[in-house]
Design a protein around this ligand. Structure first.
Ligand code: 87C
Ligand code: MG
Length: 485
């Protein structure tokens, strides 16, 4: 039948796999960890891309494209960058029947692809700042449970790579980009995120510090890194000799950032907003915001109903609303209702003989199933208002649900209790890496260990003498902890 066989509250993993397929976002592919992005999800990626691309161009970042292939010598250049990740790197070793002289890696990220050329192009301070971005795919041969959008062996992302003469410029840009990532989640995907700094253990090993926007999946009680913006310091500049002569003719090393968000964003949106009828798309990213369904009754003025549907689509499209009608003859209205609910279209408009007679339409919201009769005279503004209302309500509902999953703790026992309740935990921490390692060790189990998610920029009051929840040492900062993806 049309409905889902798994329930979100009962079999989350199976529900998720089914809903991304039945919603026509994904088709499973015959290579494990690889998925087909169908138009229904590709259009969401394109909508976010359109926003982000315009915004980065406002701050003078230029798009480029570097090769997919990385030579092994260059990939292994930044030692502590690569050591932890080596197993994930995919290699080309043959062409046709013959082996390649030297294996060639497929980019898992492009620092080592780009930075030899940054070194070549950056000579004097006038060559700075150099600010590049590329929209591309990357390959990471992950082994842990592959999940569409969330963890796949190939994914789409943007990766920004910038170089500055001063640390201050780099620091400023890290936060500018992080704010764009917050807007992607909160303004487009209607998902609340927390901005913060990663711990020394969780940061990007090759960098100086990592900032991130952290989301949370209430159904699994796991945090998920939504996007990252790193300051690389001068580590890569030292390794790749990215030097420049400043105004006084002195030699300086560039300060660099790198930042990314990926198609993982779409998976988070499905997990947060989806329900047992299928996908629920925030209007801002829905490729079809309104679906108009004719509801003919026997032979009562069927042509009039069809004409009214077509006219309704025209009126809404003229107002910039992404509206379509489903005129397929071989499906019943009821079948169409379920179909478009499964695909998560935010608003359905039904037009039957009664609606026609009263010069009105029946609007049905996907998020809360509310039904409203709208006069065709005020159709445009009423539909606009409803779509804005749906966007806002999805965010508010997700924020309320996420906030209910946050627990503030001060002691180890409270921490363990909150973890068993699948919470996202805010605790005072001494900021010592050994203690973080200890927390991971002490919370290992079949559900996975707890790790630090981020230290929020928005720090609550930390009274003098507050003890670290895990070590009892003087706490230095409030930090979010939890199981994560
Ligand atoms: O990719 C990054 C850092 C950085 N890369 C560019 C965009 C921003 C940010 O993601 C971290 N990272 C993650 N995963 C891997 C690597 C890696 O460097 C290198 C090799 C294999 C897997
Ligand atoms: Mg990884």
């Amino acid at each position: 039948g049309l409905g889902l066989t798994f329930k979100k509250e009962e079999n989350f993993g199976e529900w998720y796999s089914e809903v991304v397929v039945n919603g026509e976002m994904i088709e499973y592919y015959d290579i494990s960890g690889c998925y087909i992005l169908r138009p229904w999800s590709m259009s969401i990626w394109e909508t976010m891309q359109a926003f982000f691309d315009v915004e980065i161009k406002k701050i003078k970042i230029k798009n480029c494209y570097f090769p997919l292939f990385v030579s092994s010598s260059v990939l292994e250049k930044e030692k502590d960058h690569i050591e932890g990740f080596a197993p994930e790197v995919a290699w080309v070793t043959k062409s046709g029947k013959s082996d390649l002289e030297v294996p060639i890696a497929i980019r898992p990220t492009s620092e080592t692809v780009m930075y030899p050329y940054f070194s070549k192009w950056i000579r004097g301070h006038r060559d700075l700042p150099l600010k590049l971005n590329q929209w591309c795919n990357v390959v990471r041969w992950e082994f842990s449970n592959p999940t569409p959008f969330i963890r796949s062996r190939e994914f789409l992302w943007q990766e920004g790579h910038t170089a500055f003469a001063t640390k201050q410029e780099a620091d400023e840009e890290v936060l500018q980009i992080l704010e764009l990532y917050r807007r992607i989640y909160e303004e487009f995907l209607a998902i609340p995120v927390i901005k913060g700094k990663k711990s020394e253990m969780e940061k990007f090993a090759g960098g100086l510090y990592t900032t991130s926007v952290e989301a949370f999946i209430p159904n699994t009680g796991r945090g998920i890194q939504g996007a990252t913006s790193h300051c690389l310091g001068q580590n890569f500049a030292k390794m790749f000799e990215i030097n420049f002569e400043n105004e006084k003719g002195e030699k300086g090393m560039a300060w660099q950032n790198s930042w990314a968000y990926s198609t993982r964003t779409i998976g988070v949106m499905v997990m947060v907003h989806g329900d047992d009828k299928g996908l629920v798309l925030p209007p801002k990213v829905a490729s079809v915001q309104v679906i108009v369904v004719p509801v003919p009754y026997k032979d009562a003025d069927t042509q009039g109903i069809f004409d009214a549907c077509a006219a309704t689509v025209d009126t809404l499209c003229e107002a910039g609303i992404r509206a379509e009608a489903d005129f397929r003859e071989n499906y019943s209205p009821g079948w169409k209702y379920s179909h478009w609910e499964m695909k998560g279209v935010p608003l359905r408009i039904e037009i039957g003989p009664k609606d026609l007679a009263n010069n009105q339409v029946r609007a049905v919201r996907r998020d809360n199933a509310a039904k409203v009769d709208i006069s065709r005279d005020s159709l445009m503004e009423k539909v606009k208002d409803m779509l804005d209302g749906i966007q806002r309500r999805l965010f508010d509902a997700a924020k309320q649900k996420r906030d209910a999953c946050i627990k503030v703790v001060k002691t180890w026992d409270e921490f363990k209790e909150a973890l068993s309740q699948r919470k996202m935990i805010l605790a005072p921490w001494c900021d010592e890496e050994e203690v973080e390692r200890d927390v991971k060790e002490r919370t290992r189990g079949e559900m996975g260990a707890a790790k630090s998610l981020c230290s929020p920029f928005d720090q609550p009051e930390l009274p003098e003498g507050t003890a670290c929840f895990a070590s009892g040492k003087p706490a230095k900062k409030w930090t979010y902890w939890g199981r994560s993806y």
